[in-house]
Ligand binder design. Structure first.
Ligand code: CTP
Length: 426
């Protein structure tokens, strides 16, 4: 049983069928969905199918005394973090703008003090009608988030223009962003254990520049020897690939790894921490910086310029180490060129969440993705990851999933974060 919940009000439009998939996607992410169907919506989807998918009672009529007794419209709203209206018909928008409360959907909307997200869908001429545009302007002025309908062919033959309900991934991203914005708590995203996520919408990060560091660094001892660590670069490379799939311009600064360069990504190959820092600084400005590299904390102060030879009876050479620059911390302190979102990774072997919370502060990161890299977890070098997302809002533990699923979830989260900031700025 989840404690995160939205109320989804489904209006009477042909696009109502998309809400069935939307309910599934929300449930996959651990978000409970209570559905209110308008009378017209019942012509397009049945309470039975909605109830089977949401695994909750479906609410259809204000005067359903049983439901009123068990859970009234006030409680419906009180127990939700967000009210979503999709598809919102011209009639529903008009009712909302006019403050009507003559059925369950409009009564919930009038009685709620929760954020409301509206996804209109209708014939393009109805959408462009001055009355609808007036109503939408009124709803926005009332603090309601209205998603622009998509442009395209309508169900009616020969009709095209703005009015389509956005596709499920876009609806999902808007809902996650609205939940993020509500800041009540951080959002627990989930994915199947083996799961490659279903793929990110190609435009999710369009126009954004994402900087990713990945892999280990090699710190020379002499021309043939170096200090290294066991990082494979799999998680960082997967994140770069997911960001590119979501339409971002991606600069991946990679230490020495045996992975191919991800498609569609600008890759800068480096060896040492100093080179990684220089490459990261030259890649700025960026909208997001994701620092997954396992940067060596120390380097040999004066590496040999020639191979250090061993001779019989001589003592082993002493290596004098000096601290490497902290790339994340330096970029996070780079003033106006600081990316607006800085995500660090924390590789720990014990007290994972506590150390990660410390790094969030000490490095001035916005989020830290923490993972337990004790040898028994098989995470370092493996294909799966079990991470905790640490933000100022608290710690979320994601289920164990593949590194590519972690990458996609993280990118979806970042897109939702940007979407919520954009909305807030408008
Ligand atoms: N990091 C970095 N530059 C460094 C060290 C770390 O950019 N010189 C970044 C990593 O990419 C990661 C985060 O800082 O995003 C935390 O790395 P981690 O190795 O867990 O932490 P350290 O700061 O090295 O602390 P410690 O090794 O003591 O746990």
């Amino acid at each position: 049983m989840t404690d995160r919940r939205i109320v989804l009000i489904i209006g009477g439009g042909i696009a109502a069928y998309k809400c069935l998939d939307l309910i599934r996607r929300l449930k996959e992410r651990g978000i409970g969905v209570r559905v209110v169907l308008t009378r017209a919506a019942e012509q397009f989807v049945t309470p039975l199918s909605v109830g089977a998918l949401s695994n909750e009672p479906v609410f259809t009529n204000l005067f359903d005394l049983n439901a009123e007794r068990e859970i009234g419209h006030i409680r419906l709203s009180r127990e939700a973090e967000l009210i979503v209206v999709a598809p919102a018909t011209a009639d529903l928008l008009a009712k909302m703008a006019g403050g009507h409360a003559d059925d369950l959907a409009s009564t919930v909307l009038m009685a709620t003090d929760k954020p409301v997200l509206v996804a209109p869908a209708m014939n393009p001429r109805m959408w462009m009608h001055p009355a609808t545009q007036r109503n939408v302007a009124q709803l926005r002025a009332d603090g309601i988030t209205v998603i622009e309908p998509a442009v395209g062919e309508m169900a009616e033959r020969g009709e095209a223009g703005p009015g389509r309900l956005p596709e499920v991934p876009e609806l999902l991203a808007a809902i996650l962003a609205a939940l993020d914005r509500s800041k009540a708590r951080a959002i627990p995203l989930t994915a199947s254990k083996t799961g490659r996520a279903s793929g990110l919408p190609a435009q999710l990060l369009a126009g954004r520049h994402v900087l990713v560091t990945s892999g280990p660094t090699h710190e020379p001892i002499d021309p043939v020897r170096y200090i290294a660590n066991r990082s494979s670069g799999k998680q960082g490379h997967a994140i770069a690939a997911a960001a590119a799939a979501a339409g971002a311009r991606v600069t991946l600064i990679s230490g020495p790894v045996s992975l191919p360069d991800p498609a569609g990504v600008d890759v800068v190959h480096v060896e040492t921490a100093a080179q990684m820092l220089e490459a990261a600084q030259s890649a700025l400005p960026a909208d997001a910086g994701i620092f997954t590299a396992a940067v060596a904390d120390w380097r040999v102060a004066t590496p040999g310029t020639q191979k250090i030879k061993k001779s019989v009876g001589a003592k082993a050479p002493k290596l004098s180490l000096t601290e490497n620059p902290d790339i994340l911390k330096t970029i996070a302190a780079s003033g106006p060129s600081r990316p607006q979102l800085i995500v660090g990774f924390a590789a720990e072997t014990n007290d994972v969440a506590e150390y990660a919370a410390g790094k969030l502060k000490s490095k001035n990161a916005d989020w830290i993705v923490a993972n337990d890299v004790s040898p028994e977890t098989g995470i370092m070098g493996g294909d799966h990851n079990l991470v905790h997302l640490v933000t100022v809002n608290g710690v979320e533990t994601w289920p164990e999933m593949s590194k590519s699923a972690v990458a996609e979830q993280l990118i979806a989260r970042i897109a939702a974060h940007f979407a919520s900031r954009k909305d807030a700025a408008e």
